[in-house]
Design a protein. Sequence first.
Length: 129
Amino acid sequence: MGDDQLFEAGMQVRREVLGADYVDRSMAQAGDFMAPFQRMTTEWCWGAAWTRPGLARRERSLMNLAMLTALGKPNELKLHVVGALNNGLSVAEIQEALLHATVYCGIPAGLEAFRAANQALQDAGAFKS
């Protein structure tokens, strides 16, 4: 695939996983400085990696939750919790992924991930009353 094809494929997957409103807002607010980063991220991450046939989107979401926990990136984790919901993961599966990551990443990383995920799940209305 060429760069334009990767970008278009990436935009489709990115919108489906993260939500079209979020993606379109990110692209519109990028400005001249951030625009190349947005394009590269869309091509490489969403176009080249997320469109590969080897893993389902659910599996990719689980991996992202674990990696973002390990990296200590709560803001990005919040976004990917929403993506995980969009990819069909349940709240219980997200919880299990974070518990598993906590064992390998440590309690401070797990606590930060749980706090971020809890907020994202609340904001998404994922908790049943």
